[in-house]
Design a protein around this ligand. Sequence first.
Ligand code: GAL
Ligand code: CA
Length: 348
Amino acid sequence: MRGKMGRIAGAGILAAVCVLGLPGCGKEQPEDSGKNYIGVAYYNQSDTFLNELLDSFRSQLKEMQGEDTETVVMIRDAAGSQRTQDDQVKELISAGCDVLCVNLVDRADPSEIIDLAREHEVPIIFFNREPVAEDLMQWDGLYYVGAEAEQSGYMQGELAADLIKSDSRTDRNGDGKIQYVVLEGELGHQDAIIRTETVVEALTDQGIELEKLSYQIANWNRAQAENRMEQLIGQYGSQIELVLANNDDMALGALDAYEKSNNTEAAFPVFFGIDGTKAGLEAVVDSRLAGTVYNDKEGQAGAMAQIAVALLTGRGMEEIEFQKDRCVYLPYEKVTKENVDAFLMRGL
Ligand code: GAL
Ligand code: CA
């Protein structure tokens, strides 16, 4: 995907950034300015992975800059409310946005946004939280960029199985089973549900005997995961041998809880995350996380930028390899201490 960027670098895009709350935001008068406006609406600004993805989106747009066109990116945080996001989309459209990138709060509830966009003929690139297929099919101005959740959970399970097979100390009480807990993302989020299912499936496929101690929801959030883990440590003491977290932030929150507990490191379980955020990768370097699965934010941001530019300029759409008509799915990759350096380089 990144290789193609060069080919559309001449598209004439200068990305400037306008974040909610900064003076001047929302007051632009695009009709008169000759600039392009991209509106970005995302579900929650406390989400580490999405903040890193959006940083990459802005810098990749900037890479495509030329002299004669300027693109302003206007970002809105829905703080977890679909109603707020619906209003923000309305505001972005009336501010004159030419393209929208929308990370839905509730993936099952995009109809108001789709109706608005369609009425004003403003195309939408949905990202990371995938609308159901019937909704995406409502209009050919709707796109999706993301990744296949099955793959991430399965890879996390394979990473865990490799470690369990190669290091007998993982089964600390030596009972032939791995006592584990899962820290889950949001209730009802497809990535959370599917990752939780497929990680266990992969471990079982690899012949690992498991004993589930607990599943806890921590909403992708480090502080919430620390809190849940504190309770689990209280309940299970040093019985927990494996922590499977639906993302890196929650794996790190679980680690925070152990580091603050009076367990010695020898009594720590092993931790696996998903995402490969900056902090997640650094924890793999330090062996604090046993592994993670790279959620290709640069690839996803690049595909979003590429589609946005094609929509703005009317050029380059045919170079994009879509699946299911108007979707782009970037592959996940396994990350361990052995290959982590290559992933650290990507964010630079
Ligand atoms: C997932 C990601 C999580 C969180 C979530 C938000 O793909 O792994 O860390 O960002 O999306 O929808
Ligand atoms: Ca055991």
